[in-house]
Design a binder for this molecule. Structure first.
Ligand code: CAA
Length: 386
């Protein structure tokens, strides 16, 4: 059971989803990707509304909650195809679905699923996830935001930083300490907070190296009162909610990294075919072909790890280890492949005339968010020692 891996044949449904998302990505998302990167513009209709119309915002959730009832591999393929042309659109879906919606599916009560998961799945509402704090990044157990129960309400105080989809999202899964005397990962609880709740506001918008058309903001809670019923899962068991959510989220980011790498490889293949030097196309040089061969091999290896983790998630097998491995390998592959893509484009690769410059900047974040590469090694290593 421990080493069960997927059947490598994609189903007809998975292939159809790839075709649909690829066609949408190429015709609608790609044309504005450079401009949105330059202007740091989040286009809600395109980057979220259209995803809802296509059934992607709730692709993995059951139809009774407004989802499409597809499997995790279909979701991975969708994030890959979006990220192949625009990593900002890819992470919008990943943060919404894996981080903002999935914990409600996994840990929510029936009432919470009806109230919050359904609009998230249909694309009526956008989701986000608030775990990271100024002094609690890799050390997620260092959460300082706190919540106290006052009658029928929880009162939240504190702040969260680097939150993807913040400002735009309507529903936030937020972590806060509910037991002031508990230490480390103990005494943390998960909550659902709606945009517009008094005492909940947005702070600084980050100016980033990459994924510039995806908004990243601070969340601020100042005596923010939310209904008692917005506690997600058991009181004091929020760290497990966060860890299980991140196990799934890492498949999303691994898929994003895979898409970026594939996009850079495709762009480079085209460039070296068109470009001539020393009176022949670059493809006529074996040194160039060898580089393409290495890039393609790494992308394919990343794909197999990502798809296997996604397959296991749908098959009900354990996938914490596999998703950490997939995220580690795919993100490092994205960085290597995009760097090589820029190199093969020469001087043009360093300019914004070609998409590989954006792709190299976008790739870097995949080695950082949802657990840095170092944290993935911590997860993999400690699973091995268990
Ligand atoms: N599933 C279930 N339980 C888990 C688990 C998992 N995957 N991983 C750990 N746990 C449990 C452990 O079993 C343990 O439980 P007990 O108390 O019952 O023994 C408990 O959680 C604590 O585990 P650890 O002692 O291993 O915890 P730790 O404090 O050493 O931290 C860590 C472990 C892996 C380093 C964790 O802190 C971590 O993942 N850090 C990185 C955080 C991260 O990825 N942040 C990204 C933020 S989201 C983001 O980037 C969003 C974005 O906008 C795109």
């Amino acid at each position: 059971k421990g080493n069960t891996i997927m059947n490598f044949q994609l189903t007809e449904e998975q292939n159809l989803i790839r075709e649909m998302v690829r066609s949408f990505a190429e015709t609608e998302v790609a044309p504005t990707a450079d401009e949105r990167d330059e202007s740091e513009k989040f286009d809600r209709d395109l980057m979220f509304g259209r995803l809802g119309e296509l059934g992607l915002t709730g692709i993995v959730f059951p139809e009774e909650y407004g989802g499409a009832g597809a499997d995790y591999l279909s979701y991975a393929i969708a994030v890959e195809e979006l990220s192949r042309v625009c990593a900002s659109t890819g992470v919008t879906l990943s943060a919404h679905l894996s981080l903002g919606s999935n914990p409600i599916y996994l840990f929510g009560s029936e009432e919470q699923k009806k109230k919050f998961l359904t609009p998230l799945a249909t694309g009526e509402a956008m989701g986000a996830f608030g775990l990271t704090e100024p002094s609690a990044g890799s050390d997620a157990g260092g959460t300082k935001t706190y919540a106290v129960l006052d009658g029928d309400e929880w009162i939240l105080n504190g702040s969260k930083i680097f939150i993807t989809n913040a400002g735009e999202a309507d529903i936030y899964v937020v972590f806060a300490r509910t037991d002031k005397n508990a230490e480390k990962h103990h005494g943390i609880s998960a909550f659902i907070v709606e945009k517009g709740t008094p005492g909940f506001s947005f702070g600084k918008k980050e100016k980033k190296m990459g994924i510039r058309s995806s908004p990243t903001l601070e969340l601020v809670f100042e005596n923010c009162r939310i209904p008692k019923g917005n506690l997600l899962g058991e009181e004091g068991k929020g760290f497990k909610v966060a860890m299980k959510t991140l196990d799934g989220g890492r498949i999303g980011i691994a898929s994003q990294a895979l898409g970026i790498a594939q996009g850079a490889l495709d762009a480079t293949k085209k460039y070296v075919t068109d470009r001539e030097q020393f009176n022949k196309p670059l493809t006529a040089f074996q040194g160039v072909q060898f580089q393409l061969a290495d890039m393609a091999t790494q992308v394919e290896a990343a794909r197999l790890l990502v798809y296997n983790a996604a397959y296991r998630a749908s098959a009900g097998l354990s996938y914490s280890q596999e998703s950490a491995m997939a995220k580690l390998f795919a993100s490092e592959t994205a960085m290597k492949v995009t760097t090589q893509a820029v190199q093969l484009h020469g001087g043009y690769g360093y300019t914004r005339e070609f998409p590989v410059e954006r792709m190299m900047r976008d790739a870097k974040i995949t080695e950082i968010y949802e657990g840095t590469s170092e944290i993935q090694r911590v997860v993999i290593g400690s699973n091995m020692m268990r």
